[in-house]
Design a protein. Structure first.
Lengths: 317, 226
């Protein structure tokens, strides 16, 4: 059943008309890809964008035929941490091409790994600094140690989750989906993780600001959960985009329910991993510990925090 | 002087016809100095409104609010910039850093222009108000901020779409909504942190009240007390 490549309906196409890279008006792009007749199946060479559907694009001009898009080159990450993170954000199409051609994936995987690590360390440092910023009863050296510890924990969280989830995703993809080679799956998932990390690190300024200016631990904890969820959704969407597009090209579409399963897998493994590795922030009143004893679970804790935030007593300044 | 007036006319044109401001936003129409112009113009407009806010208490508080207002908006923008940049790469037109800066500055300047236009109104009410009219003034300011925000939202949305169309990149409406939500979230917290703005008469004026709680918690507490 899943072997058929159903010709995707026009509105299912990813209609991103992304040009190569940022900058001024680039090469002429056919606005007619959204025309009435569905384009031929995989040779579209379209570029995924991280969302699923575009809802705004300039319409086709009546007198011009749709022009061919220029071919997309393979990915070439520039040297330097920030530059390569920027490249990752701006050129998903090139990365897709590299995945499709299975070329240079070791280099790319290494770069993506470094980006994931670096960005996760940044966010972890800001997360651990919440204690320092909000003022709690811990000693100064404990607060500083918290920063270092959380800065180590967040990348470990990401990479361990990746490692655990890699196997079911690879195997289910191989049996039911697009049958990518192991190297390609690793690279895809590293790309998704890198996107997750970068998105998460981007929220660091917001968290820093709120940690500095608000006093309730539970509020900050909920913000962290929200931002992790947001980053996770973005990363998973990018993974799904890559797999889907590669599937179209190889004429083996991955079934939708598989994506849903991967989402659940990531969510459960990720939250359980986060719970096992707590504390990340360190609630006030608890003594300083690198790991807390195993009790309760993630969802219980989040609901408790939500309850506390909503029931804030008026006399608490 | 000539450049300033040229920039001013480009800027005003962009605000009145945001759907044509695409080339301005992506940078082909005006260089880097234009960003500084918008920054300073926005700061001046915000400062003017801040002055009208603070004059209720005393002249000194007017000056302080005058200085704090630009910081409110520009600091909120600084805090939000990196998340908005990544959101733009992930969800919207993949503008470069400079283009994102320009786009956000144009958005802020739209808000500044709208708010500054209410400056004379606010000034009039502040100067003719009695001491007991403090709460009325607070409500008036909230309403004015809301109206200015709505007016600038029109400009911002059209400017975003024009920029995306100019670059022929897709723009999803979710991007604008997420931008608005994030900025509102950070902005309200910043406005709470930087209070007082108007200054209750009878209470000795301080530059900042002690940092306690957050805007959201305060709102919740008020609703709770009902």
């Amino acid at each position: 059943m899943t072997d058929q490549t159903k010709t995707p309906k026009p509105e299912e196409w990813d209609n991103s008309q992304s040009n190569q890279g940022p900058g001024g008006p680039g090469a002429p792009v056919g606005g007619g890809a959204a025309a009435a007749t569905p384009p031929p199946v995989p040779s579209r060479g379209s570029r995924p964008s991280y969302g699923s559907r575009s809802s705004y694009e300039p319409g086709p001009r009546a007198t011009e035929p749709p022009t061919e898009k220029p071919p997309v080159p393979d990915a070439e990450f520039p040297k330097g941490f920030w530059k390569s993170a920027d490249y990752l954000l701006h050129h998903p199409g090139e990365i897709l091409e590299s995945l499709y051609h299975d070329k240079g994936l070791t280099e790319i995987s290494k770069t993506l790994f470094m980006i994931t690590l670096g960005m996760a360390v940044i966010y972890g440092a800001v997360m651990g600094a919440t204690n320092l910023l909000q003022g709690s009863a811990l000693a100064l050296h404990e607060k500083l140690l918290m920063i270092v510890i959380t800065a180590i924990k967040v990348p470990v969280l990401f990479l361990l989750t990746l490692f655990i989830v890699l196997w079911p995703i690879y195997v289910s993809n191989a049996f039911m989906g697009a049958r990518h080679s192991f190297r390609v799956v690793v690279a895809e998932m590293l790309a998704a993780m890198a996107v997750t990390s970068t998105t998460l690190a981007s929220m660091a300024t917001v968290i820093f600001f709120f940690a500095l200016t608000s006093e309730t631990y539970d509020f900050i904890k909920l913000l962290h959960v929200l931002f992790f969820a947001y980053a996770g959704v973005v990363g998973l969407t990018s993974l799904i985009q890559y797999v889907r597009e590669l599937g179209y090209r190889a004429r083996r579409a991955t079934p939708r329910f598989l994506f849903f399963i991967w989402l659940l897998l990531y969510a459960f493994v990720g939250t359980q991993m986060a719970w096992v590795m707590r504390p990340f922030v360190g609630s006030p009143g608890e003594k300083f510990q690198v790991f807390r004893p195993r009790q309760g679970n993630f969802y219980e804790s989040v609901f408790k925090s939500l309850g506390k935030v909503l029931e804030e007593k008026p006399e608490k300044k | 002087m000539q450049t300033i007036s040229r920039y001013a006319s480009i800027w005003w044109n962009a605000l009145v016809h945001p759907e044509q401001s695409g080339r301005l936003v992506i940078g082909t129409e005006a260089g880097g100095r234009f960003d500084w112009f918008i920054l300073i113009a926005s700061a001046v407009l915000y400062a003017f409104y801040g002055l009208s806010m603070g004059l209720f208490h005393s002249f000194a508080s007017g000056l302080v609010s005058c200085i704090k207002m630009p910081f409110l908006f520009l600091l909120s923008l600084a805090v939000c910039f990196y998340p908005l940049y990544v959101l733009n790469c992930v969800l919207g037109p993949r503008l470069s850093v400079r283009q994102t800066v320009r786009l956000l500055l144009v958005a802020i300047s739209a808000n500044a222009a709208a708010l500054g236009s209410y400056g004379p109104v606010s000034l009039f009410f502040t100067l003719t108000a009695f001491d007991k009219d403090y709460h009325f003034l607070i409500i008036m300011h909230v309403v004015v901020f809301g109206l200015a925000g709505i007016a600038s939202l029109f400009v911002i949305a059209l400017a975003f779409r024009a920029a995306a169309a100019e670059l022929r990149k897709p723009l999803r409406p979710v991007f604008i909504i997420a931008w608005g939500l994030l900025y509102a979230f950070v902005g309200t917290q910043m406005s709470w942190v930087l209070r007082p703005w108007v200054g209750c008469k009878g209470v000795p004026y301080t530059f900042f009240r002690t940092v306690g709680g957050s805007f959201i918690e305060a709102v919740w507490r008020v609703m709770h007390n009902f």
